[in-house]
Design a protein around this ligand. Structure first.
Ligand code: SAM
Length: 197
């Protein structure tokens, strides 16, 4: 499939890096596609992922980033101005957000691009009606771009996992574990959870 639903949100996530941020942690960094964008934005970045294969692929793509082949739930974390979690929170218990919250510097931001199933009529309207045509158009555009550029991106694919969390659970657990956070649904069965320390 030529269109990656997570990569489509990179620019949105980068907009939430707080002004003056110096360092970042990318949780479940995969091959480091977003991790490298954080580094390119001038941050000192750590990427963490328990898949040895995908961390090796990320390291092979260039120096300048600290890649940690570890499980975020058991790893010893430092303190960060920005923590991103792209399509990886459903790989660990949702409560892991409390560990990430504790790893934020004052004023630091936790930004989760999460996956959830629709629950309310509004969720269904967005994900059931609006997403399919946008998805089709995006796939056609990306496929045409790849065709012109000589084929698909050869970077290794990160491990994926199905999810059963609903938007209702995400909203409820975020309010409980990250008071003051915001959650908003995005296209393609995704949501953006933001918390500022
Ligand atoms: C769907 S991939 C997303 C990769 C990348 N963030 C992206 O957007 O392309 C989910 C990633 O979470 C990682 N992951 C799974 N369990 C994890 C854990 N306990 N700690 C950190 N990362 C984990 C997987 O190995 C995988 O690379």
């Amino acid at each position: 499939m030529p269109f990656d639903h997570n990569h489509a949100y990179h620019r949105l996530l980068l907009r939430h890096v707080p002004a003056g941020a110096r360092n970042a942690l990318d949780v479940g960094c995969g091959a480091g596609r977003f991790t490298r964008k954080l580094a390119a934005a001038g941050l000192s970045v750590e990427g963490i992922d328990p898949s040895a294969e995908i961390i090796a692929a990320a390291r092979a793509l260039g120096p300048g980033i600290t890649y940690r082949n570890e499980d975020v739930t058991t790893a010893e974390l430092g303190r960060y101005d920005f923590i991103s979690c792209l399509a990886s929170l459903h790989h660990v218990p949702f409560e892991t957000v409390t560990k990430l919250r504790a790893a934020l510097n004052p004023g630091g931001v936790l930004a989760v691009l999460g996956l959830a199933k629709p629950r309310s009529a509004a969720d269904w309207a967005m994900w059931g009606l609006l997403a399919p045509p946008v998805n089709l158009a995006a796939r056609l555009v990306v496929a045409a771009g790849e065709h012109l550029n000589g084929g698909p991106d050869p970077v290794a694919k990160a491990p994926v996992r199905d999810w059963d969390t609903t938007m209702t659970q995400v909203r409820r657990d975020s309010a409980r574990l990250l008071p003051g956070s915001s959650v908003r649904p995005l296209l393609f069965f995704r949501y953006l959870l933001l918390y500022r320390a």
